[in-house]
Ligand binder design. Structure first.
Ligand code: NDP
Length: 305
């Protein structure tokens, strides 16, 4: 019987995750299908309940449900527990275990960007959603001494900081209101900037003005495309990286959790590149930019339920 893995988000239209996971199943001869489920927050509980049957290997959880899904799990891995965010579900009988593979994914992306550089361990993070939690936890674990989180709704950044109170007790983690002058002041002292908002995902917009980017800053955008922020940063003399490595490595870790097998990384990477060539630009399952009605289907995976 064909097993099922689903991506639950809202909205989900096209998915790079679908392309790379389906390619990995195919490569290893695993009879499994990756489906897209568009479920609003009000429909989340019912969708999660459906996963408790033998048909399912598990699921990916994406924007905006990564924090909301936690109470629907029976148990959480250490990374999911510490971050309070879940992007992967596995099934043990009727029980669901929540994992956070964004954490190892972000580590690979950060290592590539920072390399062996000796530098002030001071970072600015834009955004305080589920993705940001993996980022902040990764920065704490990598020995950053000061991390400042800016978010449109300050209370969300404050509750993120509160959530990490214990694991960040040795360093300076703080939430600050989203004011350009305050972001500029923090950026002038920082070495790393991470965009963990979804600004730039569907529109060609940057979360902050180009003028406040300082040369030499290392800029990582979790979005998997050459966003306006990344283009501005390159023009300002910053080193930049997009969300590709994080997406690839979180997906590889999820694949191993579902199947118990090492992920065929090269196959998954090739599928990502191929999917992008077909016009899919969204990182995880968010809506891609509107396509003309006559365009070829952009995604190799079956349509979502
Ligand atoms: P969430 O829905 O949990 O959080 C969204 C974040 O974006 C919040 O901080 C939200 O602020 C902010 N935001 C959204 N729209 C605006 C706006 N118009 N102005 C200001 N702030 C805004 O999503 P995730 O954390 O799961 O994902 C965030 C981004 O990171 C997405 O683009 C996603 O694709 C990407 N991502 C990529 C990964 C990868 O593997 N490459 C992994 C994880 C995420 P507020 O709280 O104020 O609403």
């Amino acid at each position: 019987m064909t097993k099922r893995v689903v991506l639950i988000g809202h909205p989900v239209a096209h998915s790079l995750s679908g392309a790379m996971q389906q390619a990995a199943f195919g490569h290893l001869g695993i009879d499994a299908r990756y489906e897209l489920w568009d479920r609003s927050p009000a429909e989340l509980a019912e969708a999660i309940a459906e996963l408790r049957t033998e048909d399912f290997l598990g699921a990916n959880i994406t924007i905006p449900h990564k924090e909301r899904v936690v109470p629907h799990t029976d148990r959480q891995s250490d990374d999911a527990h510490v971050t309070g965010a879940v992007n992967t579900l596995t099934r043990e009988g009727k029980k669901l275990v929540g994992h956070n593979t964004d954490v190892p994914g972000f580590k690979v992306a950060l290592d590539k960007l920072v390399g062996k550089q000796k530098m002030p361990r001071h970072a600015v993070v834009l955004g305080a959603g589920g993705g940001s939690r993996a980022v902040v936890y990764g920065l704490i674990r990598e020995g950053f001494q000061r991390v400042v989180v800016f978010n449109r709704h300050l209370h969300r950044a404050e509750s993120l900081v509160k959530h990490f109170a214990r694991s960040s007790s040795h360093m300076d983690l703080r939430a600050m209101p989203w004011h350009e002058s305050i972001i500029e002041a923090e950026l002038s002292k920082a070495k790393v900037l991470v965009n963990a908002t979804s600004i730039g995902l569907n529109e060609d917009e940057a979360p902050i003005p180009a003028e406040i980017l300082t040369p030499g800053l290392l800029v990582l955008d979790l979005i998997y495309s050459p966003t306006r922020l990344l283009r501005d940063a390159q023009a300002a003399g910053c080193a930049t990286s997009d969300g590709e490595l994080m997406l690839l490595h979180q997906g590889a870790a999820s694949f191993t959790l579902w199947t118990g097998q090492p992920a065929p990384i090269d196959v998954m990477h090739a599928a990502l590149i191929e999917a992008r060539a077909h016009g899919i630009t969204s990182a995880e399952g968010e809506p891609a930019s509107p396509e003309p009605a006559s365009a070829e289907p952009a995604s190799p995976e079956p349509a979502g339920a």
